[in-house]
Design a protein around this ligand. Structure first.
Ligand SMILES: [Ca+2]
Length: 453
């Protein structure tokens, strides 16, 4: 090789290795059943989340990120399986679970070393074992409390679940994340670190001394706590009393505050490692939950409270302290991270990147946002409206809400004459989506306007 060619060769080598060094690390923090409004930076004065707040200030927060729904009671499982396989709801429901998660594999193929800890709960081969190169303290979910004669007490370590072996699971996951982070930041390759907090999924356990930090009687409850859902197949107490609801809120918030403290420790460790500036942090949940709103306990429904969850991205080339209300799916997060990391999106991935929206594009990646729960419910958000369909045996219900004027979904507009155009539009789009995505329902045969009113 002549000297000039040798120089050019080494120059190119240097350029390509410096580009490789610039690939951002990914710190992917996924919580379980965390509703959108559980963040103090989003205006909730009842909870104190200084570390999630710091991410909100450091990055972009999507305030309309929804789960696409579920084909089983276990909504978390469906949401996560869609998230890590890239498949829409019905195609994901047909997966046999005999391959490793393709969207994590894409990062491995793109030169990333992968690490995982905590809750996983994804319908792919061998659980977390096939997903990551390095695993610490993986945790199957859901957890169950041991059957004892003692009534459930949040701070009783002997009852197991989150207190198994005397350590709260949130502490264990937080500490495992820091151990993996130390290992990952000592390597040359860029890392993808997955941290799956079981919190704030049930059971809500905390130390007794933590109780005094939140006074349930001082929590302000949303107006739809007093609203009663009409649909009888949803499991819920007959009437949610304000005291019952505020105690639930308190317990839920206490578990999130512990999660926030551990997030703070992880962020400090990342800063101390020197890798903070070249790391994209994704903080999100798999779905939200109803804690008594509209008379419902749980996430097996299509109210916004259960569909929507936090979605925050911070790091290099991501705007700071920006809020975006464009509708996206929570499952769009991995294609987004792939675009930011310049990794090709696998062809099988049906979800889309929202990088253009982070950079100012006003129209969303989706024309409308779909929701489904088994074959009992369907929803679609078109412009400001949301249509929800319910079916059980021969029974049919239709509800229409204006999400701008009525964010708590309390005023059904489906009976109004003026609603017929938007209902037709919603039904048409829902029918098209159901048919094109492998759904089981013929929407039009079940729901035609005159029959359901
Ligand atoms: Ca969940």
């Amino acid at each position: 090789m002549k000297p000039l060619f040798i120089s050019i060769f080494f120059l190119l080598l240097a350029v390509s290795s410096s580009q490789a060094a610039k690939k951002p690390n990914i710190l992917f923090i996924l919580t379980d059943d965390q509703a959108l409004e559980t963040i103090s930076a989003l205006g909730n004065n009842g909870i104190n989340t200084p570390n999630i707040d710091s991410l909100v200030r450091a990055g972009v927060t999507f305030t309309n990120a929804s789960n696409m729904g579920s084909w089983v009671d276990d909504v978390s499982f469906a949401s996560r399986t869609m998230m890590f396989t890239g498949k829409f709801l019905w195609p994901a429901s047909k997966l046999k679970g005999n391959e490793d998660p393709p969207l994590i594999r894409a990062f491995k193929d793109g030169g990333y070393e992968t690490y995982g800890t905590g809750a996983w709960h994804v319908g792919t081969k061998d659980g977390m074992d096939s997903a990551f190169d390095h695993i610490l303290n993986k945790r199957p979910v859901p957890l169950s409390l041991e059957e004892t004669e003692t009534p459930f007490t949040a701070w009783n370590h002997d009852q197991g679940a989150n207190w198994e072996n005397g350590t709260h699971l949130t502490n264990l996951t937080g500490e495992s994340a820091i151990s993996l982070l130390k290992k990952a930041t000592s390597q040359e390759k860029p890392f993808f670190l997955y941290v799956g907090f079981n919190a704030p999924a049930l059971p809500w356990q905390y130390e007794q001394k933590e109780l005094k930090s939140i006074k349930s009687e001082q929590l302000s409850l949303p107006p739809n706590i007093k609203n009663r859902h009409f649909y009888f197949s949803l499991k819920s107490p007959k009437k949610i009393s304000p005291k019952f609801a505020s105690n639930r809120y308190r317990d839920y918030y206490l578990v999130i505050e512990r999660l926030d403290r551990h997030l703070g420790r992880i962020l400090s460790a990342l800063k101390q490692s020197g890798s903070y500036k070249n790391t994209i942090i994704a903080f999100l949940s798999d779905n939200g939950i109803n804690n008594g709103e509209n008379g419902i306990i749980g996430c097996q429904n299509l109210y916004e409270k259960s569909l929507k969850a936090p979605l925050i991205l911070a790091g290099p080339h991501i705007p700071k302290n920006k809020f975006i209300d464009t509708s996206v799916y929570l499952q769009d997060v991995l294609p987004t991270l792939m675009q930011l990391a310049q990794i090709p999106k696998p062809k099988l991935c049906q979800f889309r990147s929202f990088v253009p929206q982070m950079n100012g594009k006003e129209t969303g990646p989706w024309e409308d946002i779909l929701g489904a729960y088994c074959n009992d419910m369907r929803s679609i958000k078109v412009e400001d409206h949301k249509l929800v369909l319910y079916r059980r045996k021969t029974e049919r219900h239709m509800k229409l809400y204006d999400l701008i004027k009525d964010p708590f979904e309390m005023n059904d507009l489906s009976q109004r004459k003026s609603s017929s155009n938007i209902i037709e539009k919603c039904l048409d789009r829902l029918q098209r989506w159901e048919a094109s995505s492998g759904g089981m329902l013929n929407i039009r045969s079940y729901f035609t306007q005159p029959d359901v009113r």
